[in-house]
Design a protein around this ligand. Structure first.
Ligand SMILES: NC(=O)c1ccc[n+]([C@@H]2O[C@H](COP(=O)([O-])OP(=O)(O)OC[C@H]3O[C@@H](n4cnc5c(N)ncnc54)[C@H](O)[C@@H]3O)[C@@H](O)[C@H]2O)c1
Length: 332
């Protein structure tokens, strides 16, 4: 698109204005400002410019199907039939539940994890839900093997529509005692693992020209320190995931690839059980710190992620959904 230099006498405005809707370089001010400014000034240059624009521009019209809310039911919008969802860290815990949530809406699922085999509940996907489900043993931190795994997923399923990044680890240790190796491992899995998985998924979505949805699992720990826990490097890693989400949501939007995060509070999984086992006071914190006075369940998360993967969330990108029982809002 063309950029023009503009100076509006009497308003002290000067800068660049975009002569279209898709300028690559950022305009200093918009056409609305130009014409508003001109209405109170006498500037032949701006006058000619604004007039020529108003002749060219079509009458302002919102291009929207005003009947869509009646013709597209909630059930239709939520359906994931015919879609393929990749879930990292899906052998157990939250990832397993998120994979099941998308499968319950009809998606085929490719589950990636470092464990030798997934929990038995994974086997139910195909049996109970009638979708295709396949398990891939891989690490999200190894770019070469992760890339081969994505190639295998594409060979097996033909496409990728959604990518949910749940693979993650936590270190609960005082800041001054955490070693560089521990810190780097958390960053490697939680940040680089998310980055590489999202990149491989987005490349395929772009090649398909189909759009897609990427949902990253962040944490309330990116937003607040939590009682009885020391989560400096974990919180930092989840903050990075949220920053990555915002960057990608804009960068990938021309390909209609949406990118969002969820930030769970305490959710009952192997991860929280392990943490509670090393610190018994954590058990009561997990059960009572949230205003809703219970630890979260994986069932509290799966619908949120399935929604973000679906067309029901077609206008939702760059956002974070907190599922914390109110933990982020305050204490009773
Ligand atoms: N449980 C909670 O309370 C809670 C709260 C907020 C966020 N989270 C986040 O949710 C996600 C899942 O946590 P969870 O509680 O289910 O933990 P979990 O330990 O039960 O599951 C994590 C999964 O990630 C896999 N994984 C770890 N490293 C991997 C690697 N390099 N490559 C591939 N897979 C790998 C593990 O094998 C495991 O199956 C994590 O990102 C975690 O940070 C959990």
């Amino acid at each position: 698109m063309e950029m023009r230099n503009v100076f509006i006498v009497g308003r002290g405005l000067s800068g660049r204005v975009c002569l279209g809707t898709k300028c690559r370089s950022r305009p200093t001010f918009g056409l609305g400002q130009v014409s508003r400014a001109f209405s109170t000034t006498q500037t032949t240059w701006a006058s000619g410019f604004a007039e020529s624009q108003s002749k060219k521009a079509p009458a302002h019209k919102v291009e929207a199907d005003t009947e869509k809310f009646r013709t597209h039911s909630v059930q239709d919008l939520l359906s994931l039939k015919g879609r393929v969802t990749v879930v990292t860290g899906g052998a157990r815990g939250i990832g397993l539940a998120l994979a099941r949530g998308t499968a319950e809406l009809g998606s085929d699922v490719a589950v990636l994890d470092i464990l030798e085999k997934p929990s038995d509940a994974f086997l139910d996907f195909q049996k109970d839900l009638g979708v295709r489900a396949k398990y891939y043993r891989t690490s999200v931190t190894n770019p070469a093997t992760l890339s081969q795994t994505f190639e295998q997923v594409i060979a097996d399923f033909g496409r990728i529509d959604n990518c949910v990044t749940a693979a993650g680890i936590a270190v609960d240790k005082p800041f001054l005692e955490t070693t560089a190796e521990e810190g780097m491992k958390v960053l490697d899995v939680n940040v680089m693992g998310t980055y590489l998985s999202a990149q491989l998924a987005a490349k395929q979505m772009q090649a398909q020209n189909s759009g897609g949805s990427i949902v990253m699992v962040a944490s309330v720990a990116a937003r607040a320190a939590l009682p009885s826990q020391h989560l400096s490097i974990y919180g930092a890693s989840k903050g990075a995931v949220k920053g990555l989400c915002r960057q990608l949501s804009v960068e990938l939007s021309p390909s209609n690839i949406r990118v969002n995060t969820i930030s769970p509070g305490y959710i009952s999984t192997e991860m929280t059980n392990r943490l509670a086992a090393t610190n018994p006071t954590l058990l009561s914190v997990f059960n009572s710190a949230a205003p809703l006075q219970r630890i979260g369940d994986r069932a509290d998360l799966k619908t949120v992620v399935a929604y973000l993967c679906s067309d029901a969330a077609a206008y939702t990108t760059g956002t974070d959904i907190l599922v914390t029982g109110g933990l982020h809002a305050g204490r009773l």
